[in-house]
Design a protein around this ligand. Structure first.
Ligand code: F6R
Length: 620
């Protein structure tokens, strides 16, 4: 979390930085700031609250007071220190000549702070970041590295513990930004006579498609014409140049009133693009995968680790893999995984699912799994991010950048990718015949067009939300693969509408949650296909009757042609017929609309940025 930008070139750094922060605001939005170095020295502006507050402040102080073609900027998601003006980044050193922005956590900041205070430095914020700014000034002003920006920066970096990306700017070196990364993201954008730094490519995608990924513990020095990569000891190091295949359009709203709505509508493409290229000549390919067929064959258990929506997609991986491959699949919320000492060995495949590839809990779970000798396959949406880098292999989802904080298209793409993994395992282990795999694949390929059909339920869902108005609580029920859909529907509603919502397996209802049912309570029921396991369908029809009998209002999601549910649904939302295992790829979509519409009915218009959340959670 936190968005960082750096710029050196020939344009006004303030405008470049502001525009980049606007694109990265989804990474954190409780305060923001920019520092610019120019002929008037180093000047800074920062403000608590959304970026609009910073823009107001810039208007107050006047753009001319922030002139200069070298800049660093930051949009914050608070870890140390409340979101106040003082705690916003950049942080200035005591001499007013050095500025720092930072993403991550400096774990030894308390000891460093004490040391600085003992030396008479007065710290003005509650953040861990400020120590880096103060240390930089001390290193630059005193001792062996005095006057040498690069060596001073290296000295500071070697004193920091934890996970961090930091950018340093110094008044005496207006054409240079020095940056470093350890376990959090930083990408270099290579322009023509200008260089960029960003937490992700959204920071500079409008200006260049040429980028360089930095390795762990890398330092980069950018000037207008060049970039130089070093390690923390100042020795030359390598980066990985790549061409960005996302366009600017993909990072903007494309005519929708929110990124989330745009992303919901991009789901057919997200699933189609994720499937693309993974099936040819009757075989499933994991072509971005370095785990051999022999290794795939040898796995006797799968362990899925993920958080939030990614975890829900992982639950579906469990259903699919156990059904297709007949090996046990365990799933654990990533933050619990390593503390529980799970039983793993070299015959365990750990599937680490993460949209951002930066989630600290999932990353730590990956590291733990590797120490236990397991092989790790990441399912990830963000090229070059940390989780795939540390995994044995990666299967990228091709959902494109997801800007809305609540996951939508990345979730569906994860489900599709998980199914690719399941089929590849079934193929390697011979638990499905090639013609069976082909048939499943063909049905998967129909899903994008079927999602298009489900998108047409948007207006019906809007009218359900209008009728429901501002509800206080809502329940979501499902059985089998409908259960993760219920969980995901409830999570979306909590995130966006800030109301109490719970997802349950419908069979658990009578074991407690039925006590929550009262007159008019809205209950969503995800109904499995009657063409699948008949008993499952008839059981859930009974569950719907039970809750209706207690006064609940039912919103029923059922496939076309399922007439048995009609008498018990206050509202019926139809999804096209598909094999049961694939129904979640369709049934989730109306619940995304429902959450967004109820959020708006509750007065939360900014569905892209729900309160207290950040897009990538890079702290545990
Ligand atoms: C929910 C949501 C979160 C993420 C979770 C994991 O809408 O977006 O629950 O799914 O924080 O994030 P990634 O997938 O980036 O690891």
């Amino acid at each position: 979390m936190c968005g960082i930008v750096g710029y050196v070139g020939n344009r006004q750094g303030l405008n470049l930085a502001l525009e980049a922060l606007r694109r990265m605001e989804y990474r954190g939005y409780d305060s923001s700031g920019i520092a610019v170095a120019g002929s008037d020295g180093l000047n800074m502006v920062k403000r608590a609250g959304k970026l609009a507050n910073l823009e107001d402040k810039i208007a107050d102080v006047g753009q001319e007071s922030l002139a200069g073609t070298t800049a660093i900027g930051h949009t914050r998601w608070a870890t140390h220190g409340r979101p106040t003006d003082d705690n916003a980044h950049p942080h200035l050193a005591y001499d007013g000549k050095a500025a720092v922005v930072h993403n991550g956590i400096i774990e030894n900041f308390a000891a460093l702070r004490e040391e600085l205070e003992r030396d008479g430095v007065e710290l003005v914020s509650d953040t861990d970041t400020e120590v880096a700014a103060q240390l930089l000034a001390k290193a630059y002003n005193e001792g062996e590295t005095a006057g040498n920006f690069r060596d001073s920066a290296l000295t500071v970096l070697n004193r920091l513990e934890g996970a961090f990306t930091v950018l340093f700017l110094h008044e005496d070196h207006p054409g240079t930004v020095i940056a470093a990364r350890r376990s959090t993201p930083l990408i270099v954008g290579v322009g023509d006579g200008e260089m960029f730094l960003g937490s992700d490519v959204a920071a500079f995608i409008e200006h260049t498609k040429q980028a360089v990924e930095l390795g762990q513990d890398s330092v980069v020095v950018i000037t207008a014409d060049d970039y130089e990569i070093l390690d923390f000891d100042g020795r030359p190091a390598e980066g990985r140049p790549f061409t960005i295949d996302w366009d600017l359009q993909a990072a903007e709203k494309g005519g929708f009133d929110s990124f989330m709505m745009k992303e919901i509508h991009e789901q057919p493409a997200a699933v189609r693009d994720t499937l693309a290229g993974h099936f040819a000549d009757g075989r499933v390919f994991l072509d971005e995968n370095n785990i051999s067929e022999t290794e795939l064959k040898s796995f006797d258990q799968v362990f899925v680790v993920a958080c939030g929506s990614a975890y829900h997609s992982g639950l579906l991986a469990k259903y699919a893999i156990e059904h297709w491959v007949r090996i046990p699949v365990q799933i654990e919320v990533a933050s619990e995984f390593r503390y529980r000492d799970p039983v793993l060995d070299e015959r365990t495949l750990v599937l680490a699912i993460s949209q951002s590839g930066e989630t600290a809990d999932t990353l730590e779970a990956v590291r733990h799994a590797k120490t236990q000798g397991a092989k790790v396959l990441a399912v990830c949406n963000t090229n070059g991010s940390q989780i795939p880098r540390e995994s044995d292999a990666v299967l990228y989802t091709h959902a494109g950048p997801e800007i809305g904080v609540a996951s939508t298209k990345a979730f569906l793409a994860q489900v599709a990718a998980n199914y690719i993994v399941g089929l590849a395992l079934a193929q390697a282990k011979g638990t499905k015949f090639p013609d069976e795999i082909k048939e499943i694949w063909e049905r998967l390929e129909e899903i994008p067009a079927q999602i298009e059909q489900v998108l047409e339920t948007k207006d019906d869902i809007q009218s359900i939300a209008d009728t429901l108005g501002a509800v206080q609580t809502m329940l979501f029920l499902g059985r089998n693969v409908g259960f993760p859909v219920a969980l995901e529907g409830a999570l979306k509603l909590k995130e966006l509408a800030y109301i109490h919502a719970e997802g349950f397996p419908a069979g658990e209802l009578k074991h407690g949650p039925i006590a929550l049912i009262e007159e008019d309570l809205p209950v969503v029921v995800v109904v499995p296909s009657p063409r699948g396991v008949k008993l499952l369908h008839s059981k859930i029809v009974s569950n719907i009757q039970e809750i209706r009998a207690r006064g609940a209002r039912t919103i029923v999601i059922a496939e076309e042609g399922d007439t048995a549910v009609e008498p018990y649904a206050n509202w019926l939302i139809r999804v096209p017929q598909t094999p049961s295992i694939m129904q979640p790829l369709l049934a989730t979509v109306p619940l995304q609309f429902l959450a967004a519409d109820i959020a708006r009915a509750c007065g939360n218009d900014d569905i892209d940025k729900p309160r207290n959340l950040a897009k990538s959670v890079t702290v545990e």
